[in-house]
Design a protein around this ligand. Structure first.
Ligand SMILES: Cc1ncc(COP(=O)(O)O)c(C=O)c1O
Length: 398
């Protein structure tokens, strides 16, 4: 029996059973056809059953599906690391692959810690944001600030959380600057913590303070990477020392992630001392099928005017949501390919999923957040349908 995520198994609503999927559509066994407005947890940016991605995976499977990176190497992983080296901004050049976003964040935090240990520094404290979400493994829970998900994480060591406000940022560095080993953020858009959006000026100042206090800056772009904020990567605007990518890395076709370090971080490990090596090695890191999919996914992203598509998604969303208010709504937030309607009480969203399904949209609101992060291949009519269903819910429930 499947043990489903984030659900009380005794009372959970039966999931829709998917029989097929193509483009932006999911097809259930009962004959329902729904636009996937959350892109399978924000990953399936090219839509389902993309023939180019399917073919890339098939072609690689005909050669080999997986070969470990311990003592071995192969072309798909080498090509992908080369591509990322060229494609990512600044000197983010060293790619450490892993099998999920959570693990890739763990690796980033381990890198930051060991970077400091290798240089004989006692810095151990991690600065993180309020409402942060970085994954479900133990260290990511510890640097997260999401008691709605991780109530079991009651004891935190060496973590300080701050809001995305400049005075709090300045204060944290004044107070803890000399003990911080890194500052980890979901840049511009905090996803699972409530689709919270904040200003680039916060990150610019964070970069300055990290330089001043010799603290590593980590961008967790597992959710924001590949255009979601309307920027290709937020790292294009402010350069972190370590960048974490996942989800859309493979176009959502196979779970994979990467932790990319800059030269300074890499050089902190590069020596004749074996104890300075990074002690991590997920079995499926650099999986050949995932690397083949990622290479093609990046090619599609580069050659398919994706940034224009995302700009258009944002424009249509702003146009359609303009003037939309309801007393039960706290705020409507829009950034790039993300729209969030935050309601005042979570009970307002009860029943929304079935309501949307009947109107041809798959949605998965959580807590007080009704949101859409659509596949970038969505057409205008389909996007308007997603947004109309959101608005209709509030009109219908008067
Ligand atoms: C910002 C961020 N970091 C990390 C993760 C964890 O990724 P994964 O679910 O692949 O472990 C997520 C997942 O939603 C995320 O949004």
């Amino acid at each position: 029996m499947i043990w489903f995520p984030y659900e009380q198994m005794k009372t959970m609503k039966q999931p829709y059973r998917i029989a097929d999927a193509e483009g932006v559509y999911l097809y259930t066994e009962n004959g329902e056809k729904m636009i996937d407005s959350v892109s399978s947890w924000w990953s399936v940016i090219h839509g389902y059953k993309n023939p180019v991605l399917t073919e890339a995976i098939k072609a690689q499977a005909d050669r080999f599906s997986h070969v470990m990176l311990g003592g071995l190497s192969h072309e798909p992983a080498e090509k992908l690391s080369c591509k990322l080296e060229k494609w990512l901004p600044g000197d983010l050049d060293y790619c450490f692959f892993s099998d999920s976003g959570s693990v890739a964040v763990e690796v980033a935090l381990k890198m930051a810690l060991q970077f400091n240990i290798n240089r004989g520094s006692k810095r151990r404290t991690v600065l993180s944001l309020k409402h942060a979400y970085h994954g479900d493994t133990f260290k990511t829970m510890e640097v997260g600030d999401d008691e709605d998900y991780h109530a079991i994480m009651t004891e935190k060591k060496n973590v300080v959380h701050i809001p995305t406000e400049l005075p709090a940022l300045e204060e944290a560095f004044r107070k803890y600057g000399e003990e911080l080993c890194c500052f980890i953020v979901e840049p511009l858009l905090q996803g699972a913590g409530g689709m919270r959006m904040y200003d680039i000026s916060f990150l610019r100042r964070a970069r300055e303070l990290c330089d001043q206090y010799d603290v590593l800056l980590i961008f967790d772009e597992v959710a924001t990477g590949f255009g979601r904020t309307g920027n290709r990567f937020v790292a294009d605007l402010v350069l972190p020392d370590i960048l974490v990518l996942g989800k859309a890395l493979t176009g959502g076709y196979i779970g994979h992630a990467v932790t990319v370090a800059n030269h300074r971080v890499f050089n902190g490990f590069y020596s004749d001392n074996p104890e300075h090596a990074l002690m991590h090695g997920p079995t499926f890191m650099g999986n050949a099928l995932a690397c083949a999919a990622a290479l093609k996914s990046i090619e599609l992203f580069e050659n398919g005017n994706y940034m224009d598509r995302i700009r258009s998604i944002e424009e249509i969303t702003r146009r359609e949501m303009a003037g939309f208010t309801d007393p039960r709504i706290e705020e409507v937030r829009i950034m790039g390919g993300c729209v969030c309607v935050e309601v005042k009480e979570s009970s307002v969203l009860k029943g929304y999923q079935d309501f949307a399904c009947k109107r041809g949209v798959f949605s998965r609101p959580f807590l007080k957040y009704l949101y859409a992060m659509v596949p970038y291949v969505i057409g205008e009519e389909q996007l308007v349908q997603v947004l109309d269903v959101m608005k209709e819910w509030f009109r219908d429930q008067r």
